[in-house]
Design a protein around this ligand. Structure first.
Ligand code: NDP
Ligand SMILES: O=C(O)C1=N[C@H](C(=O)O)C[C@H](O)C1
Length: 256
């Protein structure tokens, strides 16, 4: 399988290149706006691959492209994927509602796996939340996420997805409240979501189910990015065998 990496000079892109090489995949292209012209293998610390980083995504030519970049760049990438029929694995977060809708449209012409979190643990965490929310539907549910100080979007895609899981499981139109300040008496119809930023925290998510006299806290902690990267490569291998266009999730990849 010939893969391209979009966002190749970033924290995730570099690790995906390293892990892909370790797993014997052929990295044939790398795209970024940083470190253009440098060798992607050298940037990723795995030695020369003879793949110069390019900023021209129109050159895309591969079996599957793995994307960890920024929303506007992902949207351009997916336009190219849809025109050329190239499969995509998208890990970027922070899309607007309009961008998410457009991703759905573009995926009608080529298979796309989209997930705000590729770790197996987080995907099981979302399943566990579903079960807890069904059983504790009258408890107050709140979400706190912590990430490194370089993260561009807030709250995290994983926290937003956790909120959606809770809403669906409870079956009520709960609204998200992003932080609280001033007069903010809690209602039954809300889920609070809080984003903490600092240092080099890779990613932590806690969901609180709070009743009277007791609470459950379910936490997922990542202390390196390996699970995200390995999960994205697993998704790339999976989608390489899928011919039907559409928008897929990690549930499809993991068969859960
Ligand atoms: N789904 C998952 O499992 C995970 C998702 N993520 C998400 O992945 C994304 C990337 O995270 P991370 O690697 O930490 O971020 P980084 O900022 O380290 O990497 C993003 C890279 O994309 C580059 N970039 C910016 N604009 C463009 C463009 N127009 N075309 C191509 N490349 C561009 C950036 O360059 P520059 O720095 O010069 O702007 C940077 O090198 C985020 O949205 C994050 O939330 C992260 C971890 C796991
Ligand atoms: O930006 C990050 O670092 C991460 N982003 C993803 C998100 O927004 O959920 C996944 C992970 O938590 C790391």
């Amino acid at each position: 399988m010939r893969i391209a990496v979009h966002g190749a000079a970033g924290r995730m892109g570099r690790l995906v290149i390293k892990n892909a090489v370790e797993e014997g995949l052929e990295v044939v292209q790398a795209f970024d706006v940083s470190r253009v012209g440098e060798d992607a293998g050298e940037v990723a610390g795995v030695g020369k691959l003879d793949v110069p980083i390019s900023s021209n995504v129109e050159e895309l030519s591969c079996d599957v492209v793995v994307d960890f970049s920024v929303p506007s760049a992902t949207m351009r990438l997916l336009e190219v994927c849809s025109e050329k029929g190239i499969k995509a694995v998208v890990g970027t977060t922070g899309f607007s509602d309009e961008q998410r809708e457009r991703i759905g449209e573009l995926a009608s012409s080529t298979p796309v796996v989209l997930s705000p979190n590729f770790s197996v643990g987080v995907n099981i965490f979302w399943k566990a939340l579903e079960m807890l929310a069904e059983k504790l539907s009258d408890y107050d549910m709140e979400i706190v996420e912590i990430h490194h100080r370089f993260k561009r979007d807030a709250p995290s895609g994983t926290a937003l997805k956790a909120g959606e899981v809770l809403k669906d499981a409870v079956g009520k139109d709960l609204r998200f409240v992003f932080g609280r300040e001033g007069e903010s008496l809690r209602s039954d119809e809300e889920i609070g979501i809080f984003a903490v930023r600092g240092g080099d925290v890779v990613g932590e998510h806690t969901v609180f189910f709070i009743g009277f006299g007791e609470r459950i806290e379910l936490t997922h902690r990542a202390w390196n990015r390996e699970a995200f990267s390995r999960g994205a490569i697993r998704a790339a291998k999976w989608i390489a065998k899928v011919d039907k266009p559409g928008l897929y999730s990690m549930n499809d990849v993991l068969g859960i």
